[in-house]
Each structure stands twice: as structure tokens, then as C-alpha cells.
Design a protein around this ligand. Structure first.
Ligand SMILES: [Zn+2]
Length: 151
């Protein structure tokens, strides 16, 4: 260590690096993503014990701690429960701002689904109805749903 550093409190800064990786989505998420890609359908699953319907689907119910194996088709429409409009660009964002992240309770689901709204940002309010718009070229990814649009 240099002599001049001995009298200096060392400064540490947090940083972030990009680390490309691949991961197995698991059987539950795989089925969900394949339904988006192959059928343009949003599917969830229902807990046999409490009856809650989850979208995206879960392997186990977080309330009852039981495995979930009943699949249900969910509407591609729902209601905005909360949202935030993004104006500042950041490297990990899925699209260029401005856009909105919205928690959408799809018809038939008991939990909210986080996705994007790209248009009519000045008209978004909690309670607005929205509909999924699928991409023409899908890859079994959450962004096979391009975004949700106000209806
Ligand atoms: Zn449950």
C-alpha cells in the first residue's frame, strides 16, 4: 500500500456488472411461457386448498404451502391496481421510456400481474381496464406480451 493511503480512509463504491447467463425456467414457468408463445394465452394455476388463482403460476401456494397442479386459462384483460410512469432511462429497463409499469389484476386471477403500458400514459388511472397486446414474433418470454393497452 502506498504511504499516502495509510492516512486515508479507504473509499468503497458499489458497482454493477452485466453478467449474461441462462437459466432453466422450471416446469411451471415453462408451461406459462409456452402458452404465451404458442397460443397467445395467459394461463395461471389455482390452489386446491384456498382456491386462489395465481398469474404468473406458482409451483406452490404461498398462503397454504401446498403444491399447485390445477391449470386455468386467464383472460387477457384486467384492471390496473397500481402503476408508476417511468421517465428516466436505465440499462435494465425492457423498453425505452416513457412507459408505465402496472400491476394488473387479470380477470379470473386473484393476484396482480406486473407488466408494461406504453401508450396513453396520460390517461392511466387505477381501475382502468386494459387488454394484452401480443407480439407477432414470440420467443416464450414475458415480453411475448408486448404491453397492455387501455380499453
Ligand atoms: Zn392456497
Amino acid at each position: 500500500m502506498s504511504d499516502w493511503l495509510k492516512e486515508v480512509e479507504l473509499l468503497t463504491l458499489k458497482g454493477q456488472i452485466s453478467v449474461p447467463y441462462t437459466w432453466w425456467a422450471g416446469d411451471t414457468a415453462t408451461k406459462f411461457f409456452y402458452a404465451l408463445r404458442d397460443r397467445q394465452k395467459i394461463i395461471g394455476n389455482r390452489c386446491a386448498k384456498c382456491g386462489k388463482v395465481f398469474v404468473p403460476p406458482r409451483k406452490n401456494c404461498g398462503h397454504c404451502f401446498v403444491a399447485i397442479d390445477e391449470w386455468v386459462e386467464i383472460a387477457d384483460e384486467g384492471v390496473i391496481e397500481a402503476f408508476t410512469i417511468v421517465h428516466y432511462a436505465y440499462a435494465v429497463q425492457p423498453v425505452k421510456p416513457p412507459f408505465a409499469y402496472a400491476l394488473i389484476k387479470l380477470d379470473g386471477a386473484d393476484v396482480s400481474f406486473l407488466h408494461l403500458i406504453k401508450k396513453d400514459l396520460d390517461k392511466i388511472k387505477n381501475g382502468c381496464r386494459v387488454k394484452a397486446r401480443f407480439k407477432a414474433d414470440r420467443t416464450a418470454h414475458i415480453l411475448d406480451i408486448d404491453s397492455f393497452e387501455l380499453i
